[in-house]
Each structure stands twice: as structure tokens, then as C-alpha cells.
Design a protein around this ligand. Structure first.
Ligand SMILES: *Cc1c(COP(=O)(O)O)cnc(C)c1O
Length: 398
């Protein structure tokens, strides 16, 4: 098939090739439909764009640097740039999306924000923008996750959010998602549901990708300034649900000379039963309201994923990633916990940057690549490692 004939973006029906759509309960239809009908006209309005850009600049601290990591480059014998999303306010890329969605919620006249969170990172990014704009914030979180992620729960509370424990099922992310959906069904008029990655029913995957696409827009501009060409040979990112990767890939999708590499979490190993390597282990199916690829049993039960990094501990990927995987436009690779931890250590010692363990999965794949020496690579450093300090302390005996 002629690759240039493939559409990598969303179509009118809300699909990316075979994936996407809106598989939602009837009761949720009015909410999702209101969003679907309005999101593009709101986002594309110049006044919205100006307000979004101003907040990204003055509140988040964009644009984030594109850093030529010279010692890391010398180590691998090629040229590596790091897109420093770790320098954003709140320490990761997630805030790009929550800023966009809170502005959109305001335009829709919503007064109340709900979200669900697993590790708490998206909950913190949501609570942050709710404090910024003075909106009520309710975050659903599995009871077990609340215990595991105490510092993020404290952050959300300090920011004024109400953290509601999900006590059913496995008491983790899946159950928190169900609670958030139930809340939205019961509060269709005044409430907006902020989803934190490129997942969920249409239009969320496309909407979140658009908000995160600022990452690749900046990379192109910065590479052009630094090297004279806006196109690298590779762009690389880690994939949980896939929002930082989608933001990193977005403006390169039709530049077929640029190889897109997405690193998934292999956990203790792809065959260990303790993994989150969705594209290797998964099949097509419906998860969180869209058709995508997910890890499931033969009778369709979602498999509990595992990764040392909470942000990659997700049993699926967004539908646009499923499409990039299936069409071969993106290369999806699996990186183990140990490989990611070693890559985190290497970056810290060579560049003085302690990365999030999520981002370290993308860095770890550098070990498995071979270089001529004249390539240009861009790796998205999705977040900083402060939140992972306890894990690093335990792993490295610090
Ligand atoms: C949440 C998170 C991720 C994973 O989410 P995506 O939607 O796949 O980007 C990756 N890195 C960091 C630092 C995170 O906080």
C-alpha cells in the first residue's frame, strides 16, 4: 500500500482507520455529543488559541527547550536532542492538555470538573488548572491507588480538589474511570470530564492530541533553528495511553522520512505475565469508550498490566496509536523495568537530568539501535524524576 495515501488523522466519523469511535452507554451520549459538536469550533477560535498560548507561555513555561544532549550523544555515537517537557510547571507534559480542556470547559459554560487518575499525575494536573481558574474539582481514584500515591493525593487536596475513593472491583484506575463516568451521567449540564490521555470516546483522542501537538510544533521550529532542517531522522517517546507520544509525533505524521518510535513498558518482561506491552500482547477490542488495542483474556476481560512506572501501567493504547501501529507508520517497542532504570541512571550521570521512569523507557531503546553517526534523534523527556525518587532509592540503594 502507498503509505502517503493513508490518513493518520481522525476522520469525520471519529475513527483512525479501524480504531476510535465512541462506544459509550446511551446515558452518556448527550455529554459526549455536546463535546463532539463544539470542540473544533472552540479550539480553532483565534481568541481561544491566544488564551491557550498565553497560559502555556506564562503559566506552564513554554516553549520547553530542545536540548542537545552532547554527552549522551557521544555515548551512543550520534546526535540526540531532548524535548524538555520535564521543565513544564507540575513537571510533565500532562498540563498542556488540562490547560486546553479547562479553557474548553469554560467556553461550554461548565462550572465543575471531574477526572479519574491512577498514579495521581493527571489528578494533580487537573487540580492545578481548577485552582488556576477557580473551578470545582472532583478526582476519582482507586482506594488502593490512594494508599500507593499519598504525595499526589496530598497535592490534589492542597490544590482544593476533592479526592473520591473508588471502592469497587480491583480498586484501581478502571474502577475510578467507572465512577467518573457515573458522575458525568448524573451531572450532564454543569460538569466537564477531563480525560488525561489520547484515550476515551471520540472526540477525546483527537482533542487531547491537538492540545499536546504543541510539543511537535515546537520541535520542528527549534530543530530548524538549530540544524537548518525541521526534520530529524527519529522521534521517540514512551507510551502509556499515548499523549506525550502523540504530541511528539503529531506534526511529523506525514513526514514519512521521520521514523516514529514508541516505547511501551514490558515490565518484568513481555512473557512474564507482569507487563504493559500492549501492541505485543494485545488484541483489538473496546477499552474506555473506543476501539483500540488492549491486553485482554480470550473472553474479553481486561488484563491487569504491570510497569515500574505508574504512568505506563495501562492495559491499552489510544486509537490513533493503534492505527499507527497497524499501518506500520510507527514502530512500537517494549522496554523492561530494568532497562528503563538503567537508562534513567545513564541520563542522570551524563547530563545531570533525573528523568521520570516513564520517559526513561524511550531513552532505553537507544541501547537497541545502531547508528551511522550522522542521524538526528529527538527523544521526548515527558517528565522529571522527582516523583520517582522513592523508586530510585529502593532500586539503586541510595
Ligand atoms: C502520565 C505520564 C506518561 C504516560 O502518559 P501518556 O499519555 O502516554 O503520555 C508518561 N510520562 C509521564 C512523565 C507521565 O506523567
Amino acid at each position: 500500500m502507498n503509505k502517503t495515501a493513508i490518513n493518520y488523522y481522525v476522520d469525520e466519523r471519529g475513527y483512525f482507520g479501524d480504531f476510535g469511535g465512541a462506544y459509550i452507554p446511551e446515558m452518556l451520549y448527550p455529554n459526549v455529543e455536546e463535546l463532539r459538536q463544539n470542540y473544533l469550533s472552540i479550539i480553532n477560535d483565534p481568541a481561544f488559541q491566544q488564551e491557550f498560548r498565553e497560559l502555556l507561555k506564562d503559566y506552564v513555561g513554554r516553549e520547553t527547550p530542545l536540548f542537545h544532549a552532547k554527552r549522551l550523544s557521544a555515548h551512543y555515537g550520534t546526535t540526540i536532542y531532548l524535548k524538555r517537557e520535564d521543565l513544564n510547571h507540575t513537571g510533565a507534559h500532562k498540563v498542556n492538555n488540562t490547560i486546553g480542556q479547562i479553557l474548553l470547559a469554560e467556553k461550554l459554560g461548565k462550572k465543575r470538573i471531574i477526572a479519574e487518575t491512577g498514579a495521581g499525575q493527571h489528578g494533580v494536573a487537573t487540580a492545578t488548572v481548577c485552582a488556576l481558574r477557580g473551578l470545582e474539582c472532583v478526582v476519582y481514584m482507586g482506594e488502593i491507588d490512594i494508599k500507593r500515591q499519598a504525595p499526589n493525593v496530598a497535592r490534589m487536596k492542597m490544590l482544593g480538589a476533592k479526592v473520591v475513593p473508588a471502592t469497587s472491583g480491583s480498586k484501581t484506575l478502571k474502577d475510578a474511570t467507572n465512577e467518573a463516568m457515573r458522575d458525568w451521567i448524573n451531572n450532564p449540564v454543569d460538569t466537564h470530564y477531563i480525560i488525561g490521555s489520547v484515550v476515551g470516546p471520540h472526540p477525546y483522542p483527537d482533542m487531547v492530541a491537538r492540545f499536546q501537538s504543541v510539543i511537535s510544533a515546537e520541535i520542528k521550529k527549534q530543530l530548524k533553528e538549530k540544524t537548518g532542517s525541521e526534520l530529524p531522522d527519529y522521534v521517540m517517546a514512551c507510551v502509556g495511553g499515548g499523549s506525550n507520544a502523540m504530541g511528539t509525533f503529531y506534526h511529523f505524521l506525514e513526514d514519512e522520512s521521520v521514523q516514529l518510535i514508541a516505547a511501551e513498558a514490558a515490565g518484568l518482561g513481555v512473557d512474564s505475565g507482569k507487563s504493559a506491552a500492549t501492541t505485543i500482547l494485545g488484541q483489538e477490542g473496546v477499552l474506555h469508550g473506543s476501539r483500540s488495542i488492549l491486553m485482554q483474556t480470550e473472553d474479553g476481560q481486561v488484563v491487569e498490566p504491570h510497569s515500574i512506572s505508574a504512568g505506563l501501567d495501562y492495559p491499552g493504547i489510544g486509537p490513533q496509536h493503534a492505527h499507527l501501529f497497524k499501518t506500520g507508520r510507527g514502530k512500537y517497542v517494549a522496554v523492561t523495568d530494568d532497562e528503563a532504570m538503567q537508562a534513567a541512571h545513564l541520563l542522570t550521570r551524563l547530563e545531570g537530568i533525573i528523568p521520570a521512569i516513564e520517559s526513561s523507557h524511550a531513552l532505553a531503546y537507544l541501547e537497541k539501535m545502531t547508528f551511522r553517526g550522522d542521524e538526528k534523534l529527538v527523544v521526548c523527556l515527558s517528565g522529571r524524576g522527582d516523583k520517582d525518587l522513592q523508586t530510585y532509592m529502593d532500586y539503586f540503594n541510595l
